[in-house]
Design a protein. Sequence first.
Length: 205
Amino acid sequence: MTRLRGLYAITAPELTPGKELLTACAQALAGGARLLQYRDKQASPALRLARARQLRELTHAHNALFLINDDPALALACQADGVHLGQGDTPLSEAREMLGAEAIIGITCHASLALAEQAMAEGADYVAFGRFFHSYTKPGAPAATVELLQQARSAIALPRVAIGGVNADNAPALINAGADMLAVVHALFGAQDIHAAARQLAELF
Ligand SMILES: Cc1ncc(COP(=O)(O)OP(=O)(O)O)c(N)n1
Ligand SMILES: Cc1nc(C(=O)O)sc1CCOP(=O)(O)O
Ligand SMILES: [Mg+2]
């Protein structure tokens, strides 16, 4: 089974304050999330490092991949499997230099096949398209269409992530259109029962 497939849980510390973050992530992983991204725009560097180290241990225990959002130095410090970079973040070449050939580096490509082709040429491990639906977490993210995902299936020979407003109702259309991974924040960490929400999404793969 390829490593880059399945439910990709992205943390939202504002939805799971304090110690709840670890519990919430454990529930998402137990429910079947295969990747976890630590995304935290608010905590101090020291707290981010402490949380990242705890999540690294947790993902090991669940045999899941662990990525850090935005910050290759943090990924290196906590021995994450890789990093997710946006178009305004550290350049891919610099992150690769820091993390090495084995690291997983994912790149945000919004709704652009040209950005995805560029990411592929520069050695990305996966590309992310979005936002497909209304997103509580990032309402202003540029919009993408399911048709774009269908085009990417033939044009982009890398695993493809779909992100933005993904939930159990709209997820099947994204998988049918060629999404290898579904990246989810609110429909997972905002759910009453995180374990059940993860299981419902993970079972779609
Ligand atoms: C899997 C995945 N896809 C896209 C993003 C968005 O990254 P970016 O554009 O850098 O935006 P921020 O997450 O930094 O707000 C992501 N984090 N993960
Ligand atoms: C972090 C992020 N990036 C997006 C993009 O389109 O690039 S959408 C998004 C938020 C995803 O959260 P939710 O599942 O709650 O919509
Ligand atoms: Mg970013």
